[in-house]
Design a protein around this ligand. Structure first.
Ligand code: ZN
Length: 170
């Protein structure tokens, strides 16, 4: 399993090696990344998959994995998800990681995360004060299909994108 921490650190519950400790101090990785990487490694071991990052908001943890790696991460009948829920005491979603560089990238991420609600479009809005945010457009009739409260989804999307994301209903 590939992870943002090294193999030695994956295999212990102890302190991190100096290189990984530095990543944590610099904020390249978070405490949650370390925790989820180690838990996943216990469940999945050396299977061919990549854990990239985890973010949390409210009682939801979103785990991002490499392309095509969602089924391995979830496990047969969702057994890994169930184990992670027990360990973390939170609900778990697993999605494919996306690097957010454009509205198209954000649309792919939002489509995954907001399913079964459909994403009508994504706009980039430039603020008069400088900076920008992404506006994810959802049809009002899809509001009830959102898997979580809009605020929680905005929080998760913003963390993954590294830029503010707002959900707007049309
Ligand atoms: Zn390490």
């Amino acid at each position: 399993m590939k992870a943002p921490i090294c193999e030695v650190c994956l295999k212990t519950d102890d302190i991190l090696c100096p290189a990984d400790e530095k990543k944590l101090q610099e904020g390249t990785i978070s405490e949650l990344d370390v925790k989820v990487a180690r838990l996943l490694y216990k469940l999945i071991g050396d299977a061919d998959m990549e854990f990239k990052k985890a973010v949390e908001a409210g009682d939801l943890v979103v785990i991002m994995v490499g392309e095509g790696d969602v089924p391995i991460a979830i496990g047969k009948g969702g057994k890994n998800i169930k184990a992670l829920m027990r360990e973390l005491g939170k609900r778990i979603r697993v999605i494919e990681a996306v690097d957010i560089n454009s509205t198209e990238d954000l649309k792919k991420l939002a489509t995954d995360l907001l399913y079964p609600a459909g994403v009508f479009g994504v706009n980039i809005v430039y603020k008069p004060s400088g900076g920008h945010y992404y506006k994810v457009l959802i049809l009002s009739r899809d509001r009830k299909k959102l898997p979580e409260k809009p605020q929680l989804l905005e929080d998760i999307l913003s963390q993954i994108a590294g830029t503010e994301v707002r959900i707007t209903f049309l």
